[in-house]
Design a protein. Structure first.
Lengths: 258, 269
């Protein structure tokens, strides 16, 4: 019993310590004057995190849209409601699947890459040498990546949604024979800008903050050896994916459940 | 004759976790001189450099650089002081995504708004000083260990520091690279009037160029003074064991454990 209590205490203390350290890191990253070259560094990171994630986002979006449309058609056709396919595909994607699946893919592709990159810089003393050159690694290295992560994920989510809706059209209209006009017009009639499109964007901004924060924290506080980097990278993917799913539920309750 | 003190550490204590690394240590680093800090592995030599550079904070005591206390200064003041310090890391710590030229240009670009042609001239001068002007377009991955150290040295002197710290500059170097580095350190110290601190356990090499020496062991300083004074201290067994690399002496070969025979008996039971 005492072993159990001490284990709970240890885990709680570790959680509080990690949360405190990560909040402090975030504060020092965003507080104070930004790095003078923040914009150009940010643009470079948009390429690293955003453009390089496009292949996996486009491919996944296409296939998820196609599968969603196929499954949706099979259910709706039994009720002769296959013309609502566009509405079903768009609402599922905009409200839930788009932000969540893009966030999970982003955590796997960009989050792990961020942790590995920063972790390697930390373990090869590149960040320490930057500090000794009177350059803050938090402002020079962490801040542009953090900002880029927040901006990139909503953009990738929008691209994912567009491609998935098009994939749904390919299956529903071109293959299953749903009327193309009905696909688009029912979608246009049921999708609303604020509750559907913008709530999805807000979700993806929140996910962007969480994934990038977790990834950068794990990289910055890595144990400086090969095993440490691998452990931190895995931790980034696991923790940020779980956080995305938990946060999605909380946000959905607030956005659509009340 | 003694030069004025450039960096002074007074009554410093520092522990990492439960382990006390430094117990009330004091150092004086003379301006324009090369000071070697010797000691066995794991004694905290690199930690000492991190404490001087403000990457770690002392538990108690004072660190005074150019008459300015560093142990309790603001981040802005610390960053100002760091512009006057250079550090050569054990791994070189070159930025992998930048070429040799860009690595050396990095501190100049960060702290000065120089015209591109002037910047090029400055970088060429620094690379020429370490004999690697011809390697300016190479990536760090294309350099040998010795070349990487020299590029890192060129970067460390890019901002024309007053003080330069070398963390194990000779480890893993072949005899040619080691001699090149030794000559470079000596020349740079003389030509640029730098104060140099070399942390190493390569005794013979560093004593050939050092002016002053501190030898650390068991959380304290076991010998200090000029090279001649330290070498003349034949009474100090611990110092003699370290200087001559003897396996037997006050520092045991075996890590503390119970008797070997009783350990074997436990296995056979």
């Amino acid at each position: 019993m005492s072993a159990f209590v001490s284990a709970v205490g240890r885990v709680s203390l570790s959680f509080v310590r990690t949360t405190g350290k990560s909040c402090l890191m975030l504060f020092h990253t965003v507080a104070g004057a930004p790095h003078p070259k923040l914009f150009s560094l940010f643009i470079k990171q948009i390429f690293q995190l955003g453009i390089l994630s496009l292949p996996i986002i486009l491919t996944s979006g296409l296939f998820i849209g196609m599968v969603l449309s196929l499954q949706g058609y099979n259910v709706l056709v039994d009720y002769a409601a296959e013309e609502s396919l566009g509405s079903m595909v768009a609402l599922s994607l905009l409200r839930e699947l788009g932000p969540v699946v893009t966030a999970l893919l982003f955590a796997g592709r960009a989050g792990s890459a961020l942790t590995a990159e920063i972790g390697l810089m930390q373990s090869t003393e590149q960040l320490a040498s930057m500090e000794m050159m009177a350059v803050s690694p938090l402002k020079r290295v962490i801040a542009p990546r953090f900002l880029a992560g927040i901006i990139t994920l909503p953009l990738l989510t929008l691209i994912f949604n567009v491609v998935a809706i098009w994939g749904g059209y390919l299956i529903g209209v071109s293959w299953m024979g749903v009327d193309g006009g009905a696909y688009w017009s029912v979608m246009q009639g049921s999708v609303e800008y604020m509750p559907d499109v913008m709530n999805g964007v807000i979700k993806s901004v929140v996910f962007g903050v969480m994934i990038t924060w977790v990834a950068l924290y794990n990289g910055y506080h890595v144990i400086p050896n090969a095993q440490g980097i691998s452990q931190s990278t895995t931790q980034t993917v696991v923790v940020s994916s779980l956080l995305v799913l938990a946060m999605d539920f909380i946000l959905t309750v607030f956005m659509f459940g009340m | 004759m003694k030069n004025p003190c450039h960096l002074e550490i007074k009554n410093m204590c520092f522990s990492r976790g439960d382990r006390l690394l430094f117990d009330n240590l004091s150092f004086e680093f003379e301006r324009g001189k090369i000071t070697a800090i010797l000691g066995p592995s794991g004694i905290g030599k690199t930690t000492l450099l991190k404490l001087i550079g403000g990457q770690l904070s002392v538990d108690s005591g004072e660190i005074i650089f150019n008459q300015t206390p560093l142990h309790n200064c603001s981040t802005a003041e610390l960053y100002q002081a760091r512009k006057k310090m250079g550090m050569l890391f054990q791994s070189g710590a070159l930025f992998n995504d930048l070429s040799v030229f860009e690595n050396v240009a990095f501190p100049l670009r960060e702290h000065n708004h120089l015209d591109e042609s002037l910047l090029k001239i400055l970088v060429f001068m620094k690379l020429e000083a370490v004999g690697l002007r011809g390697a300016r377009d190479l990536a760090p991955q294309q350099l040998s260990g010795g070349m990487a150290r020299r590029v890192a040295l060129a970067r460390a002197i890019a901002l024309d520091p007053e003080l330069i710290m070398y963390d194990e500059p000779f480890s893993g170097q072949d005899p040619i690279s080691m001699n090149v580095l030794l000559k470079l350190i000596e020349q740079l110290n003389k030509n640029l009037g730098l104060t140099s601190i070399i942390v190493t356990h390569d005794v013979d090499e560093v004593l050939s160029i050092a002016d002053n020496v501190y030898v650390l062991a068991e959380k304290s300083i076991i010998a200090q003074g000029t090279v001649e004074e330290v070498l003349a201290d034949t009474e100090n067994e611990l110092l003699q064991q370290f200087l001559h690399g003897r396996s037997e002496g006050p520092v045991p070969f075996h890590f503390k454990t119970e008797d070997f025979q009783s350990d074997l008996q436990k296995v056979s039971r």
